[in-house]
Design a protein around this ligand. Structure first.
Ligand code: SF4
Length: 252
């Protein structure tokens, strides 16, 4: 079976959260407000094995373990555009954009054979799926696969670091386990949002002061963008707390 797909320049997929590899998060610290997103994936989920391969497995109790997808992300509310989306709906950093944006609509967070449903445009998205659009997926195989393979390899290469990070953070912050448990039970799933700062001690090669100089103005910008909007309260709170952590580094 063949699938045609072309992304027109509607830019609608450039709103909201964008998962990033660790490499991309650091490379774009001067563009996106970052956070760590923990997403529980239950054993019954068809992506459980794939999730534990790229993420981690966490024992919630003696009898229950869950997979957790742990990903840095551009943490942006669904109602706000990516800061790099231009007014004509093109990407200002097209040649340097993150792996996630290059691989869209495919996702290496699921098996290659389970990508077909990602080629159904979401409500209000203007993706071209007519016969005029190029064939991108044939017999459960991605046709042009360099971007997908690159992103998958990056996720695989960072998996050990993220597993060590998860073990360390769960041992240091007991409330995180409670939050994961709560989200794992939530109908339709949920995410636990953790400061990007929590990852930095596991990345000894990163100059934290230099990172803070790049991130702080972006976070300040999102504090302004979300100020006084009740639907964006939780984002605003996250940015404020994150900005305080960044300021602590900047003031040292
Ligand atoms: S970096 Fe470019 S492609 Fe990626 S979300 Fe932002 S505007 Fe869209």
């Amino acid at each position: 079976m063949e699938y045609n797909f072309d992304c027109t320049i509607c830019g609608k997929c450039c709103y909201g959260q964008v998962p990033l590899t660790v490499k991309d998060a650091l490379a774009h610290a001067d563009r996106f407000p970052l956070a760590m997103i923990w997403t529980p994936v239950g054993r019954e989920n068809k992506y459980f094995d794939h999730t534990t391969r790229l993420g981690s497995k966490v024992n919630l109790s003696k009898r229950k373990d869950i997979g957790v997808r742990i990903s840095p992300a551009a943490y942006i509310p669904p109602s706000l555009p990516c800061p790099e989306l231009a007014e004509d709906n093109t990407c200002r950093i097209h040649t340097q954009k993150p792996s996630r944006c290059r691989t869209m609509p495919f996702s290496p967070y699921r098996d290659e054979s389970h990508q077909a449903e990602l080629l159904i445009p979401r409500e209000n998205w203007d993706c071209d799926v007519s016969n005029e659009a190029p064939v991108v997926y044939r017999d459960n195989i991605i046709v042009e696969r360099q971007d997908f393979d690159r992103e998958f390899d990056d996720l695989l290469n960072q998996a050990d670091t993220l597993r060590r990070y998860a073990d360390w953070l769960l041992a240091s912050v007991p409330s995180l386990m409670k939050e994961l448990n709560k989200m794992a039970k939530k109908k339709g799933g949920g995410q636990v949002i953790v400061s990007f700062f929590s990852l930095l001690p596991r990345l000894p090669e990163v100059d934290v002061a230099e990172f803070a100089v790049k991130q702080h103005p972006i976070v300040e910008d999102f504090i302004t963008k979300t100020s006084g909007i009740s639907a964006l309260k939780k984002y605003h709170k996250h940015y404020k707390e994150y900005a305080t952590e960044l300021e602590r580094v900047l003031n040292q």
